[in-house]
Design a protein. Structure first.
Length: 147
């Protein structure tokens, strides 16, 4: 192994450790945290699952021990889901109706099913991204202070 490979885990751990920087002003990279959140993984290590059920966030990561109970996702994931699904499905609905002229009941059945499935797919991923964003920006107690 090269010298860089032997120090890589320690450097990675130091970057995510809040004990090395008690002031909490260390840099947490946003893009990797958001990608981990999209995958519903811990924003700190990417190894542990963030959610213990469909939308329930774990109190801490089972792998690295990062506290996740500080999150305040609230209605953000639902708003993002409605925004994205609405902006995708509404134009698609109009295009399909104009282009193919299907029976209205068939159109409603297909698009209602598609809307529900897309919403169920996106909702936990957006929740993971919002929690990861809060972690990366040290919001709501993720910065080390409990206030």
């Amino acid at each position: 192994m090269t010298e860089t490979q032997t120090h890589l885990p320690n450097e990675t751990a130091a970057r995510f450790s809040s004990t090395d920087n008690p002031a909490g002003d260390g840099l947490r990279e946003l893009r990797p945290a958001l990608l981990r959140g999209w995958k519903r993984r811990c924003p700190a290590c990417g190894g542990g699952p963030m959610l213990k059920s469909y939308l329930k966030v774990r109190d801490e990561c089972p792998v690295c021990g990062e506290a996740l109970h500080h999150h305040r996702a609230d209605d953000g994931p639902a708003y993002l889901t409605i925004l994205i699904v609405g902006h995708l499905m509404a134009p698609l609905l109009g295009w399909v109706f104009i282009e193919f002229r299907p029976d209205p009941l068939t159109l409603i059945a297909i698009f209602a099913t598609g809307t529900v499935l897309l919403s169920l797919y996106l909702l936990p991923r957006f929740k993971g991204m919002i929690v990861a964003f809060q972690w990366a920006k040290r919001m709501h107690g993720f910065g080390g202070d409990e206030t």
